[in-house]
Design a protein around this ligand. Structure first.
Ligand code: PAF
Length: 280
């Protein structure tokens, strides 16, 4: 497995794979890899000849008071995990490799980005779409794999790819959960074991909501939101938002259409911001 930090070298690696007629998959990550990420790498392995994992903690998607500095970094362990999952290359650029000191160009999706997480993290998705475009331009993948825990992020990337005629297929991979149901996230490292057990309540609340919708044949979005909020709330959990959205676009809906919707939530659990969702 190659470890590449320079964009120029990464471009050359991809160009030579393409020249041999190989299909390239990119798994973009910010590192601190967990089993959720590893499932993305394994899926990429099944779908392509060459798998590239990027590890880059992207400063432009963090707000001024967010956790860029303390975001978990464990490059050596990440590289070993990528190797074990059969990746062909790990791309680990530095911030100055990706952004010129006077970089002033951004890619902005202007509809979906304004909803859900976009309301409390106003420039977050601008940073995501910009860095994902940069990574696509460097790696030039045929496919890119993203996890559905970040369902809104995938919807925004799919919209960007469609709107800008980008030649890459976006592959969605299912959420991976721990033994208690907590969706795996690099930010789970901020919590101790007891907190992680407590935070699994978020998933249980989503499951209970799905059951209620099915049993009561409920279509009322306000009822669904109130139900999930009531089920999550406890001393440690503060709901940032709970929304019923279209499963594909992540845009809020006014009536629940079974099989085509998702209930998405963001929660402060103690000092940790968590997101999760369920298809309904
Ligand atoms: O989902 C993430 O880890 C990040 O938002 C991504 C897609 C790697 C962009 O930095």
């Amino acid at each position: 497995m190659k470890i590449i930090s320079s964009p120029k070298e990464m471009k050359a690696f991809s160009a030579s794979a393409r020249a041999e007629g190989k299909k390239i998959a990119l798994v973009p990550t910010m590192g601190a890899l967990h089993h959720g990420h590893l499932s993305l790498i394994k899926l990429a392995r099944e779908k392509a000849d060459v798998v590239v994992v990027s590890i880059f903690v992207n400063p432009t998607q963090f707000g001024p008071n967010e956790d860029f500095d303390k975001y978990p970094r464990q490059l050596e362990a990440d590289i070993n995990n990528c190797r074990e999952c059969g990746a062909d290359a790990v791309f680990t650029p530095s911030v100055s490799d990706i952004y010129a000191p006077d970089a002033s160009t951004y890619v902005v999706e202007e509809q979906i980005s304004k909803e859900l997480c976009g309301k409390s993290r106003p420039k977050h998705f601008r940073g995501v779409t910009t860095v994902v475009t940069i990574l696509f331009n460097i790696v030039k993948p045929d496919i890119a794999v993203f996890g559905e825990k970040d369902a809104q992020q995938i919807s925004i990337i799919e919209r960007m790819v469609r709107d800008l005629f980008m030649d890459v297929e976006i592959v969605r991979a299912p959420i991976v959960r721990d033994e208690n149901g907590l969706a795996l996230s690099s930010r789970n490292k901020y919590m101790d074991k007891l907190e992680r057990i407590g935070a699994a309540r978020i998933h249980r609340a989503l499951e209970a909501t799905k059951k209620m919708v099915e049993e009561e044949n409920c279509r009322n979005v306000d009822r669904v939101k109130a139900f999930v909020i009531n089920n999550i709330a406890n001393a440690k959990a503060r709901v940032i938002y709970a929304e019923v959205v279209d499963a594909k676009t992540s845009l809020p809906v006014s009536e629940l259409d079974p099989g085509k919707c998702r209930v998405s939530v963001a929660v402060w659990y103690g000092q940790t911001r968590l997101i999760d969702n369920i298809l309904i």
